[in-house]
Design a protein around this ligand. Structure first.
Ligand code: CA
Length: 548
């Protein structure tokens, strides 16, 4: 029995040698084995945390000349930039779960960050499928799902602060063992990734590398060299910076994520030395995060204070992005220097979008454009035309089936997402999805954003905020791209509302999320029992802030 098994393996190994040497005949001698390997592409999936399209110069916007991202833009120039990749539940861990499983929160079980439990690591994920199909798989950087990463031959992930990690001298878990590293997280994460690529250089299998930066997530701590980058510059303000939330008083107008909710820690104010640790230091650091607490230098007017907080915030955020961009450049250079460019798919994305003062906000969560839209740029010279731009509706549950199809891996696994390989190849099918379904559950922590479900077409956004209010909103994105006018009750849009509601109902049925509002509210209220040991610090922050 065991003899037979050995024999089968050796025959397989022999035929693999033949295949790879045949390939070698057809390729230039300086092309690495891996580059030629049986046409299976390598994949580098880069996901930065809370990186939004407004901060990437390839997407344009008000920061493109002051704070350009030339390395990320290079991927766009050599690949395809997507304008309408949308997040199904715009918050960190739930989006990550949706991406891994190719399924909505209601199927993958991960609805919320706060009291969201931990990701069921025994469920199917796309890295597991790649691993099963002969790929070498690795993960570096932020995981943030509570459980240990599964489906990777090698991993090294942030393992502190409830897996949020730290910008400086972070603790990483390397294949099950915690190691405290010295340095800046974005640089370190790339170091680990490139070291792994180097160690695997002579390996014949194709690879899938998942490279997930902690940056530019809160608390937005830049690398030392970029701390003063724009000291003498006044950053521009988004057009919706002074949104008064008229007609959206109970939704956009009732959050804790406006410029008034930045804490002392966000503003990088220095804590008095006598408050070293414990409850008092947390209270000091997070002062500002509660209603009625305002952080700004003495003597400033409300308007000046709001601008002062924004300037601090946007400069730190964009400086964090600059390090991400530099490090994307290191990865691109590595591929070039090692002849891996031709056969490596490179993806740059984020777990959702983010508000950079848009509507007066920071953070994410809403179905509104800035947090709904995800940056998504993909380069694969063999199949994707350089410098192309796509505007089809795609969502984060579509990533997994797409990556699998690109790698030629077929699976019977149930995924709610749809592969968009044909879209990548410039051939969007006629019956391609014309709407995406959205559902956000977390409330009231953090930031007090009402749970809502809805849909987004290329022309409209319709949403129902249902937890302890009953508010519908409709936006006409062609006439009102900044979403300032809720026209749900406008008589001219009666038919549109009725049509969209039918479409919404059908999507809820299609995605098996057709439940009662009381069932939805139960999900918001449920504590899924987060069982991460080192989250204690974060929990105490939550408890302290919870005392109103
Ligand atoms: Ca995030």
């Amino acid at each position: 029995m065991s003899f037979k098994k050995i024999k089968v393996i050796s025959v397989l190994a022999f035929s693999l040698t033949i295949i790879s040497s045949c390939n070698g005949l057809n390729t230039k001698s300086n092309v690495s084995e891996r580059n030629a390997y049986n046409l299976k592409p390598n994949i580098i999936y880069i996901m930065a945390d809370d990186l939004t399209t407004q901060a990437i110069s390839a997407y344009g916007g008000i920061y493109k000349d002051i704070a350009p991202t030339p390395q990320i833009d290079k991927i766009a120039h050599e690949g395809m930039l997507f304008q309408d990749v949308l997040c199904t539940n715009s918050i960190c861990a739930p989006s990550r779960a949706a991406i891994l499983a190719g399924n909505y929160s209601n199927l993958n079980g991960y609805y919320k960050n706060e009291s969201g439990g931990k990701f069921n690591a025994s469920q199917w994920t796309f890295p597991k499928e790649f691993q099963k199909n002969g790929y070498k798989t690795s993960l570096f950087g932020k995981w943030h799902l509570g459980t240990e990463p599964a489906g990777f031959h090698t991993f090294k992930y942030h393992n502190s602060s409830g897996q949020q990690g730290h910008y400086w001298d972070p603790t990483f878990n390397e294949n099950g063992k915690d190691i405290k590293e010295e340095g800046y997280a974005t640089n370190l994460t790339t170091d680990f990734a490139l070291k792994w690529l180097d160690a695997e250089k002579s390996s014949e299998e194709p690879f899938l590398m998942v490279l997930q930066y902690k940056a530019p997530h809160r608390p937005w701590e830049p690398d030392t060299k970029y701390e003063m980058l724009w000291e003498d510059v006044e950053m521009p303000y988004p057009v919706t910076f002074n949104d008064t939330y008229e007609g959206r008083e109970k939704t956009a107008g009732d959050t804790e994520m406006t410029m008034d909710y930045f804490s002392r820690r966000d503003m990088k104010l220095e804590r008095p030395k006598e408050l070293k640790k414990g409850k008092e230091s947390i209270e000091w650091d997070f002062y500002g995060a509660k209603s009625g607490e305002i952080v700004q230098p003495e003597g400033m007017s409300n308007e000046e204070g709001k601008k002062w907080r924004y300037q601090n915030y946007i400069k730190d955020y964009l400086a964090c992005v600059k390090s991400v961009d530099d490090n994307v450049g290191r990865v691109l250079n590595y591929l070039k220097e090692n002849n891996l460019e031709e056969n490596t798919i490179i993806i740059l994305t984020s777990d959702q979008g983010f508000y950079l003062g848009d509507h007066g906000f920071f953070d994410k969560r809403f179905i509104y454009e800035e947090s709904l839209r995800m940056p998504f740029i993909l380069k694969y010279p063999k199949r994707v035309k350089a410098g192309s731009v796509n505007e089809d509706i795609i969502s984060n549950i579509d990533f997994a089936p797409t990556l699998l199809e690109l790698a030629g891996i077929s699976t019977d696994q149930k995924m709610q997402g749809t592969s968009f390989v044909s879209v990548l190849e410039g051939e969007t099918p006629e019956d391609w999805q014309d709407a995406m379904y959205y559902h956000y559950y977390e409330f009231p922590f953090w930031h007090h954003v009402q749970p809502h479900y809805g849909l987004r077409t290329q022309k409209y956004t319709l949403a129902h905020f249902y937890y302890n209010i009953d508010v519908w909103e409709l936006y006409d994105l062609e006439n009102d791209p900044n979403q300032m006018n809720n026209i749900y009750n406008h008589p001219d849009y009666l038919d549109v509302v009725n049509e969209l509601k039918i479409k919404l109902k059908n999507l809820m049925i299609k995605f098996e999320d057709n439940k009662s509002l009381s069932d939805f509210r139960k999900i918001t209220d449920a504590d899924f029992g987060r069982i991460v040991d080192d989250i204690k610090a974060e929990e105490s922050v939550h408890q302290i802030l919870n005392k109103k």
